[in-house]
Design a binder for this molecule. Structure first.
Ligand SMILES: [Zn+2]
Length: 202
């Protein structure tokens, strides 16, 4: 039987990770499922081997298997070992920061075909307001395999719904062509009116 996909999308500070961990914990506690939490190695939140929500009031934290985001396929060996060790199937696989995972669409499809339920949380858009990685492509899999799409809500400091992740470098809006990695960059959720992207071509 094929698995189902629960997708959690949204900008920075929309509590995506907390929601992912809440669902993983419920499956463990009430459905008695074995849930494997995966953390791509690009994810810099929290200590190694732990998925942690940025929300300081959430206390959400869970042990996770860290993997190389450039090659998610190596997780399949770890998964097989885990099933060997526990003597049963891993019913659910939870992936945080899905936007960083290379070949995410094919990897998740493979897991669903193998009968695992999959939970994926991640950013829908990058700081340029462009689709981030393959997160938005996963909506097709929800349509085809069943499951749900949750748009996690974030709020701009003006109180309106924030759709964008505003990147700030030393407190100023990052230009469109700013480098991928800059020391001292930060992000905050912004609404359409307050999202600023200097030098955007369109
Ligand atoms: Zn605003």
């Amino acid at each position: 039987m094929q698995g189902k996909l629960e997708l959690m999308l949204g900008p920075m500070r929309s509590n995506k990770t907390a929601e992912l961990l809440r669902r993983a914990e419920m499956r463990r506690q009430y459905a008695k499922q074995h849930v494997m939490v995966l953390k791509p190695s690009d994810d810099t939140k929290g200590e190694p081997g732990v998925v942690e929500s940025r929300n300081p009031n959430g206390h959400a934290k869970m042990r996770a298997h860290e993997f190389n985001s450039a090659n998610p396929w190596e997780v399949l060996d770890v998964l097989a070992e885990e099933e060997q060790r526990i003597g049963k199937r891993v019913e659910c696989i939870a992936i945080d920061e899905g936007q960083f995972v290379n070949e995410l669409f094919l990897f998740v499809k493979h897991l669903l075909d193998a009968g695992h339920d999959v939970l994926v949380a991640g950013l829908d858009l990058d700081f340029r307001a462009m689709p981030f990685g393959e997160m938005l492509n996963l909506t097709w899999l929800v349509n085809a395999y069943g499951g749900s799409i949750t748009e996690c809500m974030a709020y701009c400091s003006c109180g309106a719904r924030a759709l964008y992740s505003q990147r700030l470098i030393e407190g100023k809006p990052a230009p469109y062509d700013s480098p991928i990695k800059v020391p001292g960059d930060a992000y905050e959720p912004r609404c359409t009116e307050h999202f600023v992207l200097p030098g955007r071509p369109h």
